[in-house]
Design a protein around this ligand. Structure first.
Ligand SMILES: [Zn+2]
Length: 383
């Protein structure tokens, strides 16, 4: 054996030993890693079980926190992701039912970031975008959802509606004043559009000081023909205008009655201001009652309907039921504002703007519970 060969042999021997050592080390590390993964997996399962439990006990935000922690330990785990998606979806349904579109937007953004695709989450998020006057974002979400679930009728239907609305309005002209942007069809409407803008600026000041609030940013107003208004809003024939994130007016109906136009604009603008203040958490009876009072309507008769039946918007009601609901709302709002100073309305809304729900905010502002108020109002109607 010459020296060169011996050297190679020795080197080869060393290399081999080193390779064996590396192999043993890797096996050891793999075992440690598997053990660590197994224990992380156990912790993740434990956190997931806790999440299911707290969610059933009615604390979904805590359940979300626990599941996100679990996902750090077991990234991409499909069961954890499915649980997280379900909890986000349930929370969004609840907030949507409460009418809190800002909460729905917040949850929708988090859900789309943290969890997996869900038709419920995309649909509700899109609806909240519309209420926030962001129809383009709604269309883009629904289009994504529709590509994933081409057979889902709710998604396809809503997407078609929004695209139809965009199509109707694509040739509309635009104008703006300090605080409003307005869209309308045809040059023949540019005169009335200018008038609407002027009226709205005036109304904004008056309603703003009554409610103690100026809407942030621009309010969007769209003037339609009667037919366009019906096609787009799908509202019952008794509805004279609408606010759903945008003020929508079938303006030709008010062309010959300027006072009526002013009243309708005041009514819808009041909804816009209350919406800006409360994010949709104001019950219908107060929302409609105040809008009518600010229009200048005084109740001719006092009517009592339980407030719990006057929570949700009246848009789905038949015309005679709706008429009663509006009369009762006016009666309740009139009683509230004639028995207590208007300043309490401002206080109530400022509490809601800070995040309180209606019931607690009412109690804080008026010093009596809603139930007590309802009892007193009911007694006054009975007199
Ligand atoms: Zn109304």
């Amino acid at each position: 054996m010459n020296n060169t060969f011996k050297l190679i042999f020795r080197t080869a021997g060393l290399l081999l030993a080193a390779a064996v050592l590396a192999f043993l080390l890797r096996a050891y590390q793999d075992r440690r890693r598997t053990q660590k993964q197994a224990s992380q997996r156990e912790q993740a399962v434990e956190l997931s079980n806790q999440a299911v439990e707290v969610s059933q006990k009615g604390d979904p935000p805590r359940a979300v926190g626990l599941l996100k922690q679990a996902l750090l330990l077991a990234p991409g785990d499909s069961i954890l992701l499915a649980n997280l998606t379900t909890i986000y979806g349930n929370m969004m349904v609840l907030e949507y039912q409460k009418g809190d579109f800002r909460k729905v937007l917040e949850l929708g953004a988090a859900a789309r970031r943290d969890s997996v695709f869900s038709a419920t989450i995309y649909y509700l998020n899109a609806q909240a975008f519309c209420l926030d006057n962001r129809n383009d974002s709604a269309v883009s979400l629904l289009a994504t959802a529709s590509r994933k679930l081409p057979d889902n009728r709710d998604i396809a239907g809503r997407l078609a509606e929004l695209r139809n609305e965009a199509l109707t309005e694509q040739d509309f002209q635009q104008d703006r004043s300090g605080n409003f942007e307005i869209r309308f069809e045809g040059t023949e409407n540019s005169e009335i559009s200018g008038e609407v803008l002027m009226l709205l600026e005036e109304i904004r000041d008056r309603v703003g000081s009554e409610l103690g609030h100026r809407i942030r940013g621009n309010t969007s107003v769209i003037l339609y023909s009667d037919q366009q208004f019906r096609d787009i809003t799908h509202l019952a024939s008794w509805a004279g205008a609408a606010f759903d994130g945008r003020i929508r007016i079938p303006v030709a109906n008010y062309q010959n009655d300027r006072q009526m136009l002013k009243n309708v604009l005041t009514h819808e603008f009041t909804h816009a201001a209350i919406y800006d203040l409360t994010g949709g958490r104001c019950p219908a009876w107060l929302n409609e009652g105040l809008a009518m009072l600010l229009e200048g309507i005084n109740p001719k008769e006092q009517i009592y309907i339980p407030l719990k039946d006057l929570q949700k918007p009246f848009t789905g009601l038949e015309s005679d039921q709706a008429l009663l609901a509006y009369k009762a709302s006016l009666s309740a709002a009139y009683y509230l504002t004639s028995q207590y100073d208007w300043a309490f309305v401002r206080l109530l809304f400022s509490k809601m703007q800070q995040g309180s729900d209606f019931g607690p905010a009412f109690k804080e502002a008026y010093g009596i519970s809603l139930d007590e108020f309802e009892k007193r109002w009911k007694e006054s109607v009975g007199k």
